[in-house]
Design a protein around this ligand. Structure first.
Ligand code: GDP
Length: 404
């Protein structure tokens, strides 16, 4: 009888060795129960797999459980003589985003390239020997073309007229200083442009990102996660844009690059429940900030209102939202302003992110949109690169408009 048992054990070991069977302590992790399709799932950054998640598979060594090869678990040798640990591939490196201080200065050249026509155009016109009515009209036109908006344009032209009269003869340096000062006044130097990332409680700061699809909302959410990580904060992302098919994958990829967890759900799922779960996850893991990406379908105002309103209400079961950022594409001009108006009616916007400022000469939209909504531009997007999102600094912006 003993010989028979020994023979069975030897046979088992042989089968195990031949089939590359791996019996390790991680056996339980190999068959996770499938997640129910409607429940939001949480994806961990690749570098720090969590308990209950699959370890990374290797193509050469498929790990199979005893059940899969048809052997009852009880018959497995207690301590298999040959235990081959699968090679765990090195986790993808977490990127360290560049610091945010002075980013706008770094990106200034990009801003200057696109906005030069505004500042330089104004300076050239103001330098004319005779500032007649035609010239003032041209100055006005230059401002309107740059999307500064009618009322701010009239204010600026009024002030410029006055100061130029007082100045009498104008040196180029004087004109530059004068224009800089007036543009700065228009853009506003005393607005609080800090993105509020703290709740003031023992819970994470919660930021909701809204805007029409295509404006760069998901990209901005991802870039903002990098900004926060660069500043030493831990971030959880909520992929509540369940309308656009690739949005959750896109956001998750951004998150994985900097080690931020993404809470997501099925395509077309309930955005509010994902947003709720994201904040819950943020609280559970003691994260500093939760960023929630939302869908921006402008099919009807009522639809948008229902959806965003619900997301906001549900998230606020955890506590008040700390920031609602509206993402606007700077290249869309008046259209962008119309969008801004609609969103402002639906939720209380606390800050504006102007994207694609690298692709337009219409930097005046900064002024127009602030006036329209009465809230400051807090961040600007200056390219498709991962670190091309910068805190908005009026001085650096105006410097870029006028050039040195
Ligand atoms: P969403 O539908 O609003 O979430 O839009 P996405 O985040 O998918 O962005 C739409 C496109 O705009 C993408 O190709 C982005 O790379 C691009 N984009 C976003 N921000 C900027 C920016 O600041 N500058 C430029 N040039 N492109 C941007």
């Amino acid at each position: 009888m003993d010989i028979l048992i020994l023979a069975v054990v030897i046979a088992l070991v042989a089968v195990g060795a031949i089939s590359g069977l791996v019996v390790s302590s991680r056996k339980k992790k190999q068959l996770p129960p499938p997640a129910p399709p409607s429940t939001p799932t949480i994806t961990a950054p690749p570098a720090e797999p969590q308990v209950g998640e699959d370890a990374v598979e290797t193509a050469e060594e498929p790990r199979r459980t005893i059940e899969e090869v048809g052997l009852p678990e009880a018959e497995a040798p207690a301590a298999a003589p040959v235990v081959v640990e699968p090679e765990v591939p090195a986790a993808p490196e977490i990127e360290v985003p560049e610091p945010t201080a002075g980013r706008l200065v770094r990106l200034r050249a990009r801003l200057a390239r696109s906005q030069n026509s505004l500042g330089k155009g104004l300076l050239t016109l103001l330098s004319r020997e005779h500032l007649d009515e035609d010239t003032w009209e041209e100055i006005e036109e230059t401002l309107l073309i740059a999307d500064v908006g009618v009322v701010p344009t009239q204010e600026l032209v009024g002030r410029l007229r006055e100061r130029v009269k007082v100045l009498g003869t104008r040196t180029p340096a004087e004109l530059r200083t004068l224009l800089k000062e007036e543009l700065l006044t228009l853009v506003g130097t005393d607005l609080d442009r800090a993105v509020k990332t703290e709740s003031g409680e023992d819970t994470p700061g919660v930021i909701m990102v809204v805007g029409v699809n295509g404006t760069g909302k998901t990209t901005t959410t991802g870039k903002l996660a990098r900004v926060l990580v660069a500043d030493g904060r831990s971030v959880v992302l909520g992929a509540a844009d369940t309308f656009r098919a690739a949005a959750a994958d896109q956001l998750q990829t951004w998150g994985e690059r900097v080690g931020a967890r993404t809470v997501r759900g099925p395509e077309g799922g309930d955005p509010a429940s994902i947003a709720y779960d994201a904040v819950k996850e943020g609280i559970a893991e003691g994260a500093d900030v939760v960023l929630i990406d939302t869908a921006g379908r402008l099919h009807t105002k009522t639809g948008l209102m229902d959806e965003l309103g619900k997301v906001k209400r549900v998230v606020e079961k955890h506590g008040p939202l700390d920031e609602i950022l509206l993402v606007l594409d700077a290249t869309t001009g008046q259209n962008g302003l119309t969008q801004a108006r609609v969103f402002a009616e639906v939720v209380d916007i606390t800050g504006i992110v102007l994207t694609k400022l690298d692709g337009t000469a219409k930097g005046g939209i900064v002024v127009a949109v602030q006036r329209e909504l009465g809230v400051p531009v807090k961040l600007v997007g200056l390219g498709e690169g991962a670190d091309d999102l910068a805190p908005f600094e009026p001085e650096a912006f105006v410097d870029a408009l006028i050039g040195d």
